[in-house]
Every structure is written in C-alpha cells, then in structure tokens.
Design a protein around this ligand. Structure first.
Ligand code: ATP
Ligand code: MG
Length: 394
C-alpha cells in the first residue's frame, strides 16, 4: 500500500505549555534536516497541533520510516492513507481497501474511531463509527469488533481538505528534538560505553561535540579511525559531531614517570577532564559527558569518580551511571555501535595501566602525587590543547 503522508506523534513536547511551539519548531527543523538525505519530495507541516510529513514523487517508504526512526523527539510514526472527500460511500470503499491491503491476517478484532474537524460532514463521528464498522464486518466476516482491546484501531479523520485513514504505528526513538537543550562535550573513547552515553544525552535534545585523547605512537591510527567511525555512527542520530583529537602522549609519559603506578588511571583521567573542560568552554558546551558507570572498573568507584570530578567546574553528566553493562551493550547493539566498539585496537588508557589500580583513592593523596608534575604540567597541558585536531564526523 502506498501511503501519502506520515503523522508524527511526539510525547513530552505535548506537555510543554507555552514553550510547546519552540519544541515543535525544533522537531520540524530536524525532520526536514534528516529527510534531505532521502530521495523524494517531502513537505513537513505543522497543522492544528500535528506534524505531518507529506510525500510526493518517487520515494521509498521504508527509507522514510528508517530515517524518521533516527529523529529524536518522535515517539510514533503513523503511515497515513489520504483520500479526497467524495462522499461517504466512496470513503467506505477506501476504508475496505485499506483494511484489505494492511491486514493480510483477518483473524483479528478491530475498532473504528472517527473524528471530524469539519462539522458539516454528512455523518457525525458516532454514525461514521457504526457505519464503517458494519461495512468492514460485511466485507470481512472473519473480523470482529472489540471496543476495549482491539488488535487494530482504525482511525478515520475528516479534515478540512482531505480524509486521513491510518492504523499502524511504528516506534520512533523518543526523547526531545535536537537543538532544544544546548550543547555538550562528550569524552569519546573507542569503547562500548561512551558512544552510548553520547547517544543518550543527545536523545534529550542536546547537541554534542566530542573529544578523544590518543597517545601516538603507543596508540595507532586504526584506534583513532575507530573513534571517528563511532562518532559517524552516532551522528546519524545526534547530527554532525566535531571530534577534537588531542595528543595525550607526553602527559601520559610524564605521569608514568613521576607518579605512583596504582594511581595512573585516576591521574590521567583528571587531566583528561581538565583538558576536555577547556575545550568545552572554547566551544560553547555547557557540560561534559562520560560513559562512566558506578563500580564498572577501578576508576569508576564512588571514590574514584569523586577524584575525577573534582578537577572541573562544568557539570559532568554520566547518563550510564546506574546501568549494568548488559543494558549498555543492548543499547549499543540497537544503535549500531557495538560491532565497531569491540574491535580490538588499543586505547590509550589500556597501555599505561597498573596491575592493581587503587579502587578507593583519597583526593588528598592524588593531589599530593600530582605535585610531582608541577614543573612540567602547565606546559604539557598547553601543548596538548594546541594539538587539537578537529574532524567533522557525519
Ligand atoms: P568506554 O567503553 O566508553 O571506553 P570504559 O568502560 O572503557 O568506557 P574507561 O576506560 O574507564 O571506561 O573510561 C571511562 C570514560 O572516560 C569513558 O566512558 C569516556 O567517556 C572517558 N574516556 C576514557 N578514555 C578516553 C579517551 N581515550 N578519550 C576520551 N575519553 C575517554
Ligand atoms: Mg575505554
């Protein structure tokens, strides 16, 4: 069946009161942006508290649906058959044709729900429900009416210029439209967690940029390419990501040389956060985002997180903080990052790791160890910041 339009249903925007227009406009803008990638002519319209994508020309419905499933803010996508008003008899025939095409298995219950925005239509909503229900039963005697829990809820809406017929709903990604909530700087490594964290924060309407710390020649170009690839995969949802690649080698070597080895990861993470905060501020990001989750590894215990957190003033958001690894893996599979994340290329953290890292670091002890770096670190931080290579991932 060839549909003419898609009705877009959204959730939280509907409860935004006076700001509703702002969120709706952001959603319309994002839908238009996404559909530029799909072949066909699409008009995105906001009418009477509804958003419709109207389709014309040659287009592939599956492509449209697939693209809309990457637009945050969309809860449901309803493919709509649009017919002209040629009287009720014609409408009834169109409805029968619709049921015939969309329900190959007729052993199901249904309910018809009609609405009119045009009150001069020849039947009122109740009459339409009854008549259409009757006509469907006549055409398909295997079907039965269930007004409480129907398998198929068939909606017929008489609008000003046309009549909508639809029943199916396809799940969208939910969340809030991009651009409705500012911008974040994601610390993106090549692992499983941080791409998922980026996806999740972005799902709340936040644009993201990202920063990746590498340590050439200890980490390879392939490891860097893996991070670029991950950024590209999530950019399908998050929009284009500016990835800042920072050379972290000299800082890492200095820490390795001058600090206790069981504190390496914590100290390294603290300098990463410091640099990330600097880059975030330079790029108008209002927060940092990491893929940390309580207790996952030594550097993510409550005490370790306290030490990492205490170096920056910007808020640090950790969308996965209470997630089990299994649940994170499930999301990464869903958004398509898992296969890339598990490629075996070395991460800069895994090269300089201690056999027995501290799991309950004390902030005062960590700060004392960092004293060993005080002669070299200001210059090394400056050099790291200047090494910033920006890669546009989209
Ligand atoms: P991930 O799967 O995201 O790599 P992980 O379980 O490997 O996480 P860690 O290596 O402890 O965990 O890293 C914790 C967080 O610190 C990551 O989620 C990421 O946000 C950040 N991070 C770690 N290494 C880097 C890096 N090389 N560049 C940028 N951010 C990093
Ligand atoms: Mg990692």
């Amino acid at each position: 069946m060839k549909y003419h339009a898609f009705l877009i249903k959204y959730s939280e925007i509907a409860i935004k009161g006076n700001n509703r227009k702002y969120f709706e406009d952001a959603l319309v803008k994002q839908i238009r942006f996404h559909l530029r990638k799909v072949e066909g002519d699409f008009t995105v319209k906001k009418t009477q508290g509804r958003i419709y994508v109207e389709c014309s020309g040659a287009y592939d419905q599956e492509d449209v649906i697939e693209e809309l499933q990457h637009v945050f803010g969309i809860l449901w996508i309803c493919p709509v058959l649009r017919v002209e008003d040629k009287g009720f008899k014609d409408l009834s025939e169109q409805v029968i044709r619709y049921v015939d095409a969309t329900c190959p298995d007729r052993n199901l219950s249904f309910k018809v729900e009609c609405r009119r925005s045009r009150k001069d239509y020849e039947l009122n909503s109740q009459e339409m429900n009854a008549e259409l229900g009757h006509d469907i039963l006549q055409a398909f005697p295997e079907m039965r009416v269930d007004v409480h829990h129907p398998d198929m809820l068939l909606r017929v809406e008489v609008r000003e210029d046309f009549i909508n017929i639809y029943s199916g709903e396809i799940r969208g990604p939910g969340g809030m439209p991009l651009g409705s909530s500012g911008k974040a700087m994601l610390l993106l490594s090549g692992g499983i967690d941080s791409p998922v964290a980026g996806y999740m924060i972005s799902r709340r309407g936040v644009f993201i940029d990202a920063v990746y710390f590498h340590a050439p020649p200890y980490t390879s170009d392939r490891a860097k390419q893996k991070v670029v690839d991950l950024a590209k995969i999530i950019s399908r949802y998050t929009g284009p990501i500016r990835l800042h690649v920072i050379n972290f080698t000299d800082i890492q070597l200095a820490i390795y040389e001058k600090c206790p080895h069981d504190e390496l990861t914590i100290i390294m993470r603290r300098y990463m956060m410091k640099i990330a905060e600097h880059i975030a501020r330079e790029n108008e990001c209002e927060c940092l985002v990491t893929g940390e989750s309580i207790g996952q590894v030594a550097s993510q215990t409550m005490q370790s997180l306290l030490c990492t957190n205490s170096v920056c003033m910007l808020p640090v958001y950790r969308p996965l903080i209470a997630f089990d690894k299994n649940d994170i893996v499930e999301i990464s599979e869903k958004i398509g990052t898992f296969e890339t994340s598990i490629l075996p290329y070395e991460d800069c953290c895994t090269i300089f790791v201690a056999k027995h890292p501290v799991t309950k670091p004390r902030l005062s002890a960590i700060e004392k160890s960092e004293e060993n770096l005080k002669d070299v670190i200001p210059e090394l931080l400056q050099e790291a910041i200047e090494s910033d290579e920006v890669i546009l991932c989209q």
